[in-house]
Write a protein that binds this ligand. Sequence first.
Ligand code: MG
Length: 350
Amino acid sequence: MVGTPGASWRMVAPLTAAQIGERELLARILQRLPPIPSSVLVGPGDDAAVLAPERNERLVVTADAVVENVHFSRAYSRPHDIGHRALAVNLSDLAAMGAVPRWATLSLILPGTVVVEDLEALVDGVAALAVQHHLAVIGGNISRTDGPLVVDITAGGSVPPRRWLTRSGARAGHDIWLSGTIGAAAAGWEMLDQGSGIGEQRAADACIARHRRPEPRVRLGIAISRARVAKAAMDLSDGLADALRQVAAASGVGVRIDADSLPIDPGAREWWTGRRVDPVSAALIGGDDYELLFAVPPKSGRALRAVARQVADPPLTKIGEFTKDHTELVLVRGAVAEELPDGYQHFSRR
Ligand SMILES: [Mg+2]
C-alpha cells in the first residue's frame, strides 16, 4: 500500500531568517540565552548592557569571529557546533590570560537564507557552553549579509591584580609546557575535506570532534595563573609552531623543542603517516588545537604538579625549554637540530 504523501515528510519549507525579520529573530534568540546573573544590571534587549565590575579584579577583554568557509563549513559542522566553536575560541583567549570568563556579546551576521531552526541551534551551542562556564550573554547584534555567515563574539573575564598571563614573561631556562594533544583538529578538518576514512573510525571521530567542538582550557588557565606557576602563556589557535614563535618573540628568548616529547594525537599521527606526511611537522603547523602553551621556571615543579593534580584533564607535557639566544628556534629530532616550521597564517594559505 502506498502511504499518504506527506504523512512523514515535512512538506512546508523551513522558515528562513529573511522571512521572519529581525525583531522576531531577536525574540527567539533571547529566549534561548541562559538567565542573567545579578552582576548584570542591564542585560540584553536594551541599547547596551550595564555590568557591576568584580571587586578588586581586573577586566580582561577579547574578541574573535568565526567565518563560514574560513573557520568552519556548514557542510562539515552542525549549527550547534558552530555556536560552540564561536564562544570556545574566545574562552580560549581568556584562559590564556588566566581570566575567569564573565560575559560575552554575540554578533550574528546572517545570510537571509539561513533557516531559523538552524540559527536557534547555533544559539543553543553558544548558550550551552556559556552555562558550562557561568558566563552571561549580555547583548549583541544581528545584521543581514549577502556574504558568508559570521559569528562575532566579544568576551570579558576577570583576574586578580598582577595575575594575568601574557606572552612576554618567558625567560631563558623556563620549561615549555603544553596541555592536551596537538594535531587532532587539523587532521579532523582534512578528514572532512578529503572525505576518506581511515582504519580506526573512533580515532577519526575524535579528530573530527576536535575540529568541530574545541574545548577551551578555562580551568587550567585559571589554575596556572592563581598558583603563580606560569610566567607566560598563549593558546594554540594557529598551531604550536606559531605560538612558540609568538611567545619567543614577545619574550625575547629562543626555543628548543624535543620532537619526541610532542603529544601528537594518535588518530592524527595515523592519518598523516598513512598519507606519507610527517606527523611532527603537520602537528606543529596545524591550527585549531586550542591547547595552552606556558612557561614554567624549573623551581616551580612542585606547584605545577599540584596544578596537574587539581586539573587532571587535560594532561600536561613538557616539550622543551626557552633559551637565551632569541634567534634560536629549534626542533631537536634525535641527534639532529632543525629549524622550527613556520606557523599557519591567515591570508597566506587555506
Ligand atoms: Mg589567542
